[in-house]
Design a protein around this ligand. Structure first.
Ligand code: ZN
Length: 287
């Protein structure tokens, strides 16, 4: 074969692969997180959403043993475009993604409460019925947190008081965080309590809100991004230190919906027109 023909074929194959990857990426959804975690712990979960094959393969290949824990950080309003536009302020998260797996996930709602309920149940809002704060704890659908705890896997949740209350008595460790005007101070407490939860539980869920609050208030998004990234970095440092001592961590981090407020129509950088309804999901193993 002539060199040019070979090269042409090579680039064709490359393009083809790119297309395949893109298509695969498109199919991912936030609904896949709960079934993936359920499968990692070998616990059944009622949902039509498929688990993330790539994550399970990654876990399988890594040969994770018995002494592992799972952490799931939800970063409010961290959407795909924000993740890219503010890359220079989100270095720790980008480092996590490049040393692990990065998925572009379809969102299921524009609002926090139903979005997080979907992340934690693997069900669409119309199926779990948790649409406003008032529905929390009343839907009759258990989240992955309650299900794991019922199977003897010690579970912890770090979240705002009202969301935390219905979990009391249903999971091993509830860390409520009182809402306040100073959202950086709020997130600081989320981080501190997450570091505490790491010492106690095998499944930890935590929800950071600074980026969302800053977007709603039209404040400097770089500050929110940097601050959130530092908090994530401290948690990463803690799990990396634990890994050196033989405690393995499967680390998930994702956004919940597209970025709110003035950020919405792409004022945040390169974007033009409506923002896409997609968020990053990062997965990394510390072992
Ligand atoms: Zn939200």
């Amino acid at each position: 074969m002539k060199t040019e023909v070979k090269e042409a074929r090579k680039s064709e194959v490359k393009e083809e692969r790119k297309r395949e990857v893109k298509e695969a990426v498109k199919k991912h959804s936030l609904l896949q997180i709960a079934p993936t975690i359920a499968e990692i712990f070998s616990i059944p979960l009622k949902t039509d959403a498929k688990s993330l094959e790539e994550v399970l393969n990654f876990v399988h290949k890594s040969g994770i043993g018995g002494n592992f824990r799972v952490i799931l950080l939800v970063i409010d309003s961290l959407d795909w475009q924000f993740f890219k536009d503010f890359a220079s302020s989100l270095r720790r998260m980008h480092a996590l993604a490049s040393s692990g797996l990065l998925f572009k996930c379809e969102t299921v709602s524009e609002h926090t409460t139903p979005a997080i309920a979907s992340i934690l149940t693997g069900l669409r809002p119309e199926s779990h019925g948790i649409l406003t704060e008032n529905d929390v704890g009343k839907s009759g659908v258990d989240s992955i947190l309650e299900i794991l705890d019922a199977h003897g896997i010690k579970t912890a949740a770090v979240l705002e008081e009202k969301g935390a209350k219905p979990l009391k008595g249903k999971i091993s460790f509830v860390f409520p965080v009182r809402d306040r005007e100073d959202i950086l101070d709020y997130d600081e407490e989320v981080k501190e309590k997450t570091l505490l939860a790491l010492k106690k539980a095998s499944m930890i869920f935590a929800h950071f809100r600074a980026i969302d609050r800053f977007a709603h208030r039209s404040l400097d998004m770089r500050e929110a991004a940097r601050f959130t990234d530092e908090n994530v970095g401290e948690i990463v440092n803690a799990v990396a230190a634990d890994a050196a001592k033989g405690v393995e961590t499967l680390f998930f981090l994702c956004g919940d919906h597209r970025t709110h407020g003035g950020m919405r129509r792409g004022e945040g950088g390169s974007g033009s027109g409506e923002r896409e309804d997609s968020v990053p999901l990062i997965f990394r193993i510390f072992a």
